[in-house]
Design a protein around this ligand. Sequence first.
Ligand code: AMP
Length: 762
Amino acid sequence: MGINELLKSVHPFSVLNAKELEKLLSESRVVEFREGESVMRIGDIQRHLYLIYDGSVRVMSDGDENASIKTLKRGDIFGEMSLLTGEPSIYKIIALNECRIIRISEKILSFIIGENEKFLNPVNDVLSSLFRERHDDTRLLTALSLNNDPYDLAFTSTDDSIKILVINTGSSSLKYSLFDTSKNITLFTGLIENIGSAESVHKTDTREGKEERHLKIDGIGEALSEMVSFIKESPVSGIGDISEISAVGHRVVHGGEKFSGSVVLTDDVITSVKECSELAPLHNPYNLAGIEEMRRLLPSALHVAVFDTAFHQSMPERAFKYAIPGELYEKQQIRRYGFHGSNHKFVCLRASMFLKRPLHSMKLISCHLGNGVSLCAIERGGSVDTSMGMTPLEGLVMGTRSGDIDPGIVFHLMRTLNMSPDDVDKILNKKSGLLGVSGKSNDMRELFKSALEGDIGSKSAINIFCYRVRKYIGSYMAVLGDADALIFTAGIGENSSEVRARICNGLESFGIHMDHRANRNARPQKGEVIDISKSDSKIRILVIPADEERMIARETLHAARMAGAGHRTAGSIPFVVQPSHVHLSRSDFTTLFGNNDAGKLPVAGLQTAFKERVRLIGPGGEIDEVAVSGSFRDKTQVEVSSTDEFRLGIMAPLRDAGDLEGTPGLTIEGSKGAVKIKRGVIRVRKHIHISVKEALMRGLKDRDIVTVRTENDKNSILGDILVKVWSDSVSAIHIDKDEALALNIKRGDTGDIESIRSRLYM
Ligand code: AMP
């Protein structure tokens, strides 16, 4: 039986017409397995639907050979859940004999589902019932911990060889790297310096060794042409024609508030990047020149912008706003943005892999100590504060930048020494920091050498540098309340055990205990992580080499995949405006009201509510008459709007419902008693409830983060909305009272999903 005949005999493929079948097969592949070979491992991220062509496989739940769940044979399908969740497999599948399996790409299936209702309905039936008995999170997390590359830093998610070029263009330099996703190595890196002078130099580092060419390169266009010729000539690249490069990742310094993730560069995106240039006039124009030139040189490649600022867009307002007149933020966009985002994100993914703990359960402090220096407080995989601000000048002591100073110094210099803004700019950016204090060098290695020879300026520079990092670690301990790991990365952080020791010395009362021998011996290679803490240190101290190029290549791959994910708009979804309310556990309900839970009322914004109301008592105030949701939860949870949060005098984090780890508590009073909860107060993250069928139709997955356009007079875009797929829910966008007020959203208003911003396991 041919593949066509097989598909025609298998439900639900049998409903497809000849053209649809042909399309399906054009994006499918037949993969052969030998007896005993692994078809799918526990923890593998699913991106295909599998149909057995011939032979049979065994589905097993764990390492126990006897733990066979079922045997599948010709015509059987597996991997269906991936269509809806993209989650890691919690089963392993082994070939029982020689077999051939048809692997159908998720993209083509999703396309056909969106086009053909006859196909959608049976798929929906199967998935809805699977979804009802969905496994719990702990099993998924265990599965994920068995995956050696859960964040795709080694590109294991692709079977194909995709060549990705990573570009970083500066005012007088071009840095580039080439990756091949089928090989977990950087094929080569290159650096062209002194562009615009007669003494330009092109340094390359390939498997065949390092080379240096001296030439005259006039501008970025010439530099990129020089790079292209090198790539074509180098036998290491394996590239005969430059068009074999299918994706280019461009490092862009500033993404303003517009970009909270990496994006495929279209004309519209480029216009938006140009608008961010005002915020980074010394960087973005050069990045843009590189983008435009590369788009011309490689028109058929996908170009992606990866922003230094994007990772920090998750900072809360209290961390990103300066205490200056509000209109300077609103009109001039003066706020803290933060930089080094790609590396802070990279090291937190590496730390999660190394500690074998899910990202969302960890609090981390990342110390990027290179020529530029920044610290980042990371909670649940996102930046909550960082030391660099509107520009990379704020924060710590750097090679040549001052970091934090009293802004009054600027006016003092202008008044007393008659300096111009440019003079002061030059002093603080180019002549300060390690160089300024030591009067000798901006290189930590040089400074240690001369300090040990008795140079006072060098000693002073090192001391100020380390003291300032320590001070910031202390303040980020206060920001996070606690930390699981302290990470050292970048030139100084990776290489200087002396600096690491000086920083950590005196932090023992925080639970930071360094193993000094491990610290001295730590020489991590790219891709490695070294733990330099004592075994009883509460906080792990990790050394993680930066690999910005790899991170940009990974982001490029994922942004390209997201762009191809093909979300479809399928009509409006109503908003539901939720007032502050509590979900009680049954025992807390009994304490508060006795056993009387008979009466329920409809309450605007809540599906049902008990007729009883509670009073919330926080450290700073009280709120009366708060609704009690009509269903019980395992743990009591209080969902407050931001106005009510303020009234209670509490800092409630923005969380998904049920995610209560590390949240504050308060006292709840009912008619018969009171309970004091230690944790459970959250501001609930905006979310959309959507049915399996609608998710299939729209090409969405459970836990996607999307943006929504409001369909009212304001027509605004809401970002960061979590998609929750349920087997049979009524579609609705849940937002809190304050957000609704700010956006002028009233009962009955609707919104439409505009784009998918991020996807789990992508
Ligand atoms: P980066 O900006 O990450 O490339 O870091 C560059 C800086 O790292 C240099 O300016 C040096 O100060 C520092 N660095 C590199 N290697 C060492 C080392 N072995 N010991 C101390 N500092 C180092």
